[in-house]
Every structure is written in structure tokens, then in C-alpha cells.
Design a protein around this ligand. Structure first.
Ligand code: GLC
Length: 768
């Protein structure tokens, strides 16, 4: 054992004087410790926006051959060989450095065989795991250890046994469980080791790699190609605590506008003409499908020039059309890609060139690659000045009357080969490279879009982005990119959205029906059922595929689709309440069962059920021709949403699942708000609200505001509590800051309906 280095303590920072790279531990809170080794990389974090240190008491002492740093929740041991071992306060191992040597999966094949393997189009295995890392952190893997998080990666809820890369890519191939990378890099992982939860967040934007026990059953590792060693140990008494800690660090999804929780219709191609978009709006109305937004894909622009609108296709006046859509209850959400068409006569390009706002080749020329507009330049979003410039362009769209902005292709995607690593990008005001700034490109673009919308619209910005880094959730909702109309992708939706939620992205969704390939009536039906609780609810498809609007296949698809979208609108007040709670707790809306109860071994890799909050359990059909399914009910008592039958948990039940059935269970003694039956979320405040009681008692906290702007931050909101016990209902108003209060509140008990009226003089609700 190597001798222990000296250490120095400055407040909550300990610096261990290891030769070459001193190692620092920053005690931020009793449950968050940052591990840092400066390896010469400048710049500050894109994920962790501000100061996170809280005054925390801890001890540090020498014990035998190592140091022990102890907070009330975590114990970290550091030895002379730089091993960092993390335990919880009870002494259970959480993240302990692996002492052995890594064993490469495949030491390589000889040249002749490599040629043959590649000739049939295969990759030579081991290529990503073995090479290219600059540093690696290898931790021991227990027999009983499960992994979650990692953002949008494909595959299953439990990431154990797979490897992943953090390098944002636009890959149109069918995304299956062997995919190592997608559009987002969210390098946070949660472990449940022998039932004990912890997390590790690696804050390094450079390309990095996770091997979650693919190479060996004895260890897992993280490696990066460059950058400082900079990671956070996240503790807590439950997985929920650990997720709360991660979102405390990287930020939480701000309260969205309420209508953004409504149904949204999209298809690449609609926006090529006003007629087509209006026909979609007409059909939504004709077929009685509630809807709050239609998305405008790239075709609305003039030759794919961002911040233009092709007037010729919009009877000369797109603003007039957008206003008319709004009167029909539908907001317009146009797409904006980063690629700026190379055209000296186009203002955005000419201005960007003049100001030096595009990324450059090392020789100083504006770097050009191809995307939809053909030759295009790429804004240098890492620079604050460029973000401001981009944000100013949002005015064009806000003046047009749009509801939000959809950011796409911001990995950044490029059609003419990858952007070389050495293209010059900025890291704030420091010159940097594509190699470093790639994974935060979408993040910075989303931040700029958020700032522009907030400034010009004054409402809570609605931004949707495809590429993201840790922390992007502060600015934008996300969708999972180009999935396909195939059953494996409806299956993937559940673990993918659950892991995104654990990774801070509470506001996420997938293209319902599938983007690429052709959907079919059964798949579309099961998809809308499975997605109806997904925070972002958008049906979107690629140009050239079979149409998949709700009415495309007639009945029964249409009537089932309608039934579920209408159900969604009933649940919007519940979802909105969960969003408001999320701003404080950091806990996602859509939750894997393991988050709700991490002590239940049955739910540690459950891929076809999820919870909405803690009390609604959804077990969708994600397989073809399935007329029955097994549903695992966790501990507790459960009520079948459709027929009020009661079940005791900790058992599997068989549920009949005809095409129009979504198995749905409510935890006994739950109160749920039940939205009014509307086809659009109105900006006129609700004057009445209903609460449904499942079981015979319960308590519920309900939130209400105008659902639009930031006035709630000045106290303009109402907070109601609804309590039911022994057939008695009590409604209180602990905060009344939003004037238009509910005049009546209906409480639906299992055997009775109670109506309460607001008595303004007394300032309370009374039974009428
Ligand atoms: C990308 C997006 C997709 C969009 C298309 C055209 O493939 O992921 O949603 O429809 O580009 O803009």
C-alpha cells in the first residue's frame, strides 16, 4: 500500500496532495460529495448552474491505511493508491473501487478475420470498450446490483449488462437494445447495490463510455476521452432521495404552461401548406379529438431557412392563419434546426458570418456541412453572445403567434460525414473544439431558445429539444427522436421515459404511433393507450409513411383513440399537480415502480408497467395480439380504475385486455382531481373542479394558477387540501393568491357525491 498523501482542508473542501493530479473532495451536502481532479481542462459546468454547497458538518480522520470522510449519510474512504470507496452511514458498500485489472471482452481478432467479419457488415467487438479512454473509474459490481438512469439510452429499465457511449448522434437505424448511443448524453447512473441506493454523476461533456457490467460480472466502469475527472457521489435513504439530489444539482423542470400537457398532432409534411394544416384541425374537430397543438415541421420555412415562413403557402399571411388556429383552440409549434443555410442573400446567414457567430474550421473559414437546406453553417451556441443573438430571432416566431419552439438536429446532425473534432467551437468565451462542445450543443441551443421565448412571449417557454446534456431539463422538454412503428419501440417507450425521468427529464415523450416505418391500427391503438400518461403527448410521423392521425383507420381505432385522449384531459389537473410538486421534489411524473418502492425485488427490472406519481399504476399492452396480460401489483391495496374491484398487492393478477382496454389501477384511499371534459386547455380559469375518491378516505394537495405566465412566482396561485374521512369531506385553502377560485367543488365518493360551494365572505368551502 502506498503511503497516504497529506491533505489540506479549506472549509468543506479537502485537497489530497497526490503527485501529479491532486484529488479534491467537495462536501456539498450530507448526501452529495463532488470528486475532482484537475487535468488541465478549463471552463465551467454546463449541467450545474449555480452554487450548490450547503453548510454541512463532517469529519475526516486517518483510520489504518486510509482516510475516512464521514457525513451524516455517507462514508468515503481514500487510500494512498487513490481508491475511493463509498459506503452509506450504516456501513453498506455503495461504490467501491475495483482492485483487480480489467479483462477486455475480446483481445482482438487478427487482420484476416477482421476483414471477413467486416465484409459481412459486422463490427469487431471490443472496439468501443477497450480503447481511447483517457481515464477510467472502475467500481466493483455486486451479484445483486441494478442500474438506472443514463438518459435516453435504448433497451431495458435495468442497464446492467450493457455498454453505452455518451456522444449525441442522429442514427436513423432501428434503435434496439444493442445501440450504445442516441441523441442525448446524460451521464448520471443510479445503482441499487444489495438493495442500497446511490448515484454517480459524471460531469464531463467529452465523449465518454459506460460499461455496466458487460465486460465482466465483477466490475462496471466509466471512461472518458478527455476532460477533468469530475464526478458527484449521490447518497440518500431511498432511490427517491438520490434522484432528488441529482435534480437538486442539475435543476428541475420548471412549471410548464398547462396546455403543453394536452394532446399534440404532428407529421413531417403537413406544414407545406396552410390547407393541409387546416384540414388536420378540421378533422380533429370533426372527429372530436381533444388537441392543443399542431407542430410545424421543416416545410413551413422558405427553403429550410430558419426564422423564415413561406408566405406563398400560407395565403400571404401566416400570422393570420396562426391567429385563426389559436381561435380554434390550437397552438402552432414550429421546428427550428441549428443549420443556417449558406446563402449570402439570407439575413440570418449574412449577419452570422459578419459577426463571426458560426463555428469555424481550424483555418478560420466558416465550417460548412449539409443538413436540410443543403450547405449550412452552425451557430457557435457555446458563446453567450451567440445565444443572445439566436434568442433575438425568436421574436420573429413570437410575433407570428407561435405557442412554443421545437429544436431538432442539434446533436448537431450533419449529412456529409461527422463534424471533425478540431472544428473551432467556443466554451463560453474560451476557444474550444467540437470534441469538447459536441454534447452540450443541443443544451446551449435549447437555453438560447428558452431565453428568447421567455423574453418576447413572457410566458413559461415551451421548448422541445432532441439533443440534450445533463441539466437541459431546466430549459426544455424532450422527445426521444426517430423511433419506428414497430412493437419493440412501443416496448422501449416505458423504460426509456422512466430512465429519462430519473435522469431529470420529467417532461419527455416519444413519437406516438412511431416515426419511421408504417404503423397499423393495432399498434397505433396500443400506442395511444400506453402513452396516455406520457408527460409529452405527441403523435408524429415521417413523411412518406402511412398516415397515423387518429382517424386514419376509421373505427374502432378512432373511437378508442378518442376515448383515451379524452381520458388524458381528465387527468391533466393531476399531471399538472405532479409537475408543480416536481419543481420542489425533482421526482418525475412517470415513475418506474422501483422508484416508488426500491425495497421490492420484483420491480427492479420491470419493463412493462409504470406509475404516474405514487398512486396510479399503468400496465399497458405493448405486444401484438395480446388479449390477456399478467399485472404485478406491488405492496398495498389497489382499485381497478374501470370497475372498482379491489385487490391486495404483492401478487400477480391476470387481466383481460381486449383492444380498448388499458389496465389501470389506483392505490386504495387515493384522491384524484378529475378535469372537466374539454377539447382544449383553456386560458379561462376553471370555476369548478371534481375530486374522485378511491377507497373511503384520503388526503390530496391540489395546485391551481393561470397555467400560463410567471405570476405564480409572486404568489398568484391557490393551494387546496382535500381530506376525506368517515364520509366527511374537508376542503381547506392554505394559500389563496390566484383570484378566480373554484366556485364549486364536487367530491365523488364511492357511494355519494358531495358538492361544496365557496363562501367568499367566510373564505371557505361549505357543503350545499
Ligand atoms: C428529424 C426529426 C423528425 C423530423 C425530421 C424532419 O428526423 O427527428 O422529428 O420530422 O427531422 O424535420
Amino acid at each position: 500500500m502506498t503511503q497516504l498523501p497529506d491533505y489540506q482542508q479549506t472549509n468543506q473542501t479537502i485537497t489530497f496532495a497526490f503527485p501529479k493530479h491532486p484529488l479534491q473532495l467537495f462536501v456539498l451536502t450530507p448526501t452529495i460529495i463532488r470528486v475532482f481532479e484537475n487535468r488541465g481542462d478549463n471552463g465551467s459546468s454546463y449541467a450545474v448552474a449555480d452554487h450548490k454547497e450547503q453548510s454541512t458538518s463532517f469529519t475526516i480522520k486517518t483510520v489504518g491505511d486510509h482516510y475516512e470522510l464521514q457525513t451524516s449519510n455517507l462514508l468515503v474512504k481514500i487510500d494512498g493508491d487513490r481508491h475511493i470507496d463509498v459506503y452509506d452511514a450504516a456501513g453498506n458498500a455503495l461504490a467501491v473501487d475495483y482492485r483487480g485489472k480489467r479483462q477486455l471482452l475480446d483481445k482482438g481478432v487478427d487482420k484476416v478475420h477482421e476483414r471477413l467479419v467486416k465484409a459481412e457488415g459486422h463490427n469487431v467487438s471490443g472496439a468501443t470498450t477497450g480503447s481511447g479512454q483517457y481515464y477510467q473509474i472502475v467500481k466493483s459490481l455486486a451479484k445483486d446490483e441494478h442500474f438506472y438512469g443514463l438518459g435516453d439510452k435504448t433497451g431495458y429499465l435495468d442497464k446492467r449488462g450493457f455498454e453505452y457511449d455518451n456522444w449525441n448522434v442522429d442514427n436513423p437505424a432501428p434503435q434496439l437494445e444493442n445501440f450504445t448511443k442516441l441523441y442525448k448524453s446524460i451521464p448520471v447512473m443510479y445503482g441499487l447495490k444489495n438493495g442500497h441506493p446511490y448515484g454517480l454523476f459524471f460531469d464531463n461533456p467529452y465523449k465518454s463510455h459506460f460499461d455496466m457490467g458487460k465486460e465482466s460480472p465483477n466490475y462496471y466502469f466509466y471512461s472518458a476521452v478527455a476532460g477533468n475527472l469530475d464526478y458527484y457521489i449521490l447518497g440518500g435513504n431511498s432511490l427517491k432521495d438520490v434522484v432528488a439530489n441529482y435534480t437538486y444539482l442539475t435543476g428541475r423542470v420548471p412549471l410548464p404552461q398547462k396546455w403543453t400537457l394536452g394532446y399534440q398532432q404532428s407529421r413531417w409534411g403537413y406544414s407545406a401548406s396552410q390547407k393541409e394544416v387546416q384540414a388536420v384541425a378540421d378533422n380533429l374537430k370533426k372527429f372530436d379529438i381533444p388537441c392543443d397543438a399542431i407542430h410545424f415541421d421543416v416545410d413551413y420555412m422558405r427553403g429550410y431557412r430558419v426564422f423564415t415562413w413561406d408566405k406563398d403557402q400560407y395565403e400571404g399571411d401566416p400570422k393570420h392563419f396562426i391567429t385563426s388556429l389559436k381561435k380554434q383552440g390550437i397552438k402552432a409549434v414550429p421546428i427550428i434546426d441549428p443549420g443556417v443555410k449558406k446563402d449570402p442573400n439570407y439575413e440570418v446567414y449574412a449577419d452570422g458570418v459578419k459577426k463571426g457567430y458560426f463555428v469555424k474550421s481550424p483555418d478560420g473559414q466558416v465550417y460548412i456541412n449539409k443538413v436540410w437546406p443543403g450547405d449550412s453553417a452552425f451557430p457557435d451556441f457555446g458563446r453567450p453572445e451567440v445565444r443572445k443573438w439566436w434568442a433575438r430571432h425568436d421574436k420573429f416566431l413570437v410575433d407570428m403567434g407561435v405557442g412554443g419552439i421545437w429544436n431538432d438536429m442539434n446533436e448537431p446532425a450533419s449529412f456529409e460525414g461527422p463534424i471533425p473534432d478540431d472544428v473551432v467551437f467556443s466554451d463560453q468565451d474560451l476557444p474550444s473544439t467540437h470534441k469538447k462542445m459536441h454534447n452540450v450543443y443541443g443544451h446551449n441551443m435549447a437555453q438560447a431558445t428558452y431565453a428568447g421565448l421567455k423574453h418576447y412571449q413572457g410566458k413559461r417557454p415551451y421548448v422541445i429539444t432532441r439533443a440534450a446534456y445533463a441539466g437541459t431539463q431546466k430549459y426544455s422538454t424532450v422527445w426521444t427522436g426517430d423511433n419506428r412503428s414497430i412493437w419493440p419501440h412501443i416496448q422501449m417507450m416505458i423504460p426509456q421515459l422512466c430512465n429519462l425521468g430519473l435522469s431529470g427529464f420529467s417532461f419527455a415523450g416519444v413519437d406516438i404511433g412511431g416515426f419511421a416505418s408504417d404503423t397499423n391500427p393495432e399498434l397505433l391503438t396500443r400506442w395511444i393507450e400506453a402513452a396516455i400518461f406520457s408527460p409529452l403527448l405527441r403523435n408524429h410521423a415521417a413523411m412518406g409513411t402511412r398516415h397515423q392521425e387518429p382517424w386514419s383507420f376509421g373505427d374502432p381505432t378512432l373511437s378508442i383513440y378518442r376515448k383515451f385522449v379524452k381520458l388524458r384531459y381528465r387527468f391533466i389537473p393531476y399531471l399538472y399537480d405532479l409537475f408543480e410538486k416536481q419543481t420542489k421534489s425533482g421526482l418525475p411524473i412517470m415513475r418506474p415502480l422501483v422508484l416508488v418502492d426500491d425495497t421490492d425485488p420484483r420491480v427492479r427490472d420491470l419493463n412493462d408497467e409504470f406509475m404516474v406519481g405514487d398512486n396510479v399504476l399503468v400496465a399497458p399492452i405493448v405486444e401484438k395480439s395480446k388479449t390477456k396480460r399478467l399485472v404485478y401489483l406491488p405492496a398495498g391495496e389497489w382499485v381497478d380504475f374501470w370497475n372498482d374491484r379491489q385487490y391486495t398487492g404483492h401478487q400477480d393478477i391476470v387481466v383481460d385486455t381486449p383492444l380498448d382496454k388499458l389496465p389501470l389501477f389506483i392505490r386504495n384511499n387515493t384522491i384524484l382531481p378529475w378535469g372537466n371534459p374539454v377539447n382544449h386547455i383553456s386560458e379561462t380559469p376553471d370555476r369548478t373542479m371534481t375530486f374522485r375518491v378511491y377507497g373511503n378516505q384520503g388526503h390530496y394537495d391540489h395546485y391551481q394558477d393561470d397555467g400560463v405566465d410567471f405570476n405564480y412566482q409572486n404568489g398568484e396561485f391557490n393551494h387546496y387540501t382535500i381530506s376525506v374521512k368517515n364520509g366527511q369531506v374537508a376542503i381547506n385553502l392554505p394559500h389563496h393568491g390566484f383570484k378566480p377560485i373554484y366556485e364549486t367543488i364536487n367530491v365523488e365518493l364511492s357511494d355519494n357525491q358531495i358538492k361544496l360551494r365557496y363562501d367568499a365572505a367566510a373564505g371557505e368551502y361549505r357543503q350545499s
